[in-house]
Design a protein around this ligand. Sequence first.
Ligand code: MLT
Length: 394
Amino acid sequence: MQINENFKDLGENYLFTAVAKKVAAFQQERPEVKIIKLGIGDVTQPLCPAVVSAMEGAVREMGEAATFHGYGPEQGYPFLRAAIARYYASHGVEIDPDEVYVGDGAKSDIGNILDLFGPDNAVLMPDPVYPVYADTNVMAGRRVIYANACEENGFLPLPEKDEQADIIYICSPNNPTGAAYDAGGLKLWVDYALERDAVIIYDAAYESFIRSGGLPRSIFEIPGARSCALEFCSLSKKAGFTGTRCGYTVIPKELSRGGMSLGKMWVRRQTTKFNGVAYVVQRGAEAVFTPEGERQTAAAIDVYRGNAKVITDALTELGVWYTGGENSPYVWLKCPDGLDSWGFFDRLLREAGVVGTPGVGFGRNGEGFFRLTAFGSPAATAEAVERLKKLLGK
Ligand code: MLT
């Protein structure tokens, strides 16, 4: 019997588990502290009325023999795939509903997609990076190369000519830094992937936070991307589905490698290992893409954008360097007073009762940086900012 020894190369805990454990230990030590959590990017605004009513209707259907649903279609219900394709069309991207694969969230699909790739591919991702990209590849024993994301390049690295990568991860707007590529930057990555026959794994989980004109919401806005990219998206942050679970993956029909269609391989993989997203949830997801659902979810996103503004205004006032927060729910700041990431985490927790995420948890380049999320309630965010100002002497 052989164990997967690659697990030895992982940190003991997933980043957000490590943070949660530290917070729980502190709360036990100091039960009187009212902790405010701006760490993991979990939403606080409830599901919008359009989603709730669609799900209520679907539950009633499930309670009647005539309208009951068992196992659903393997790629997701046609009504939801068509709604997603219409959403893409609304920002100028033509995709066929047959290229949409409904899943239970971007995190699982991004991890599971690796079943399609051989073990010896070189994998390129930015540092700092969403830990799922790195950890899932380490589990599979793949070699990971890091692209240097730093203050100098605005945390948006571009391809380097001599880098030999087969799989490339891009997340824009980025988790953790909140930085977003423009079309020119993404075009360089698409050209680089096409030149090398590489595949781009594009994470668009935060696309609904884009407000600045000219920033692409999808890699498929870039010419050539259909032959080299697949895209993952999620309703978690767009529509408050972190606890409801629904996302989707788009795999263009022309995307193939080694004579094999990636879309067909994904169907084969999903039908073997996954039985689909609940009918009730897919009906709720469909409602997100109705005009009413779009309006209501945009209102919730505006609440988070307001929070991000409260955080970034305070950082400006305090003279703390930051990026993000504009087209993203994440604010990425430089730790004050020369502290390292965990040093600032401890100080903020112990002296202000506020939880954030240490930048170094996202990679070596994150050392000395810190991430705050705008997904808290407005009241909690305002209170956290007041405590931060007090802590930093204003
Ligand atoms: C985060 O805090 O980075 C997110 O919650 C991660 C995720 O969406 O899984």
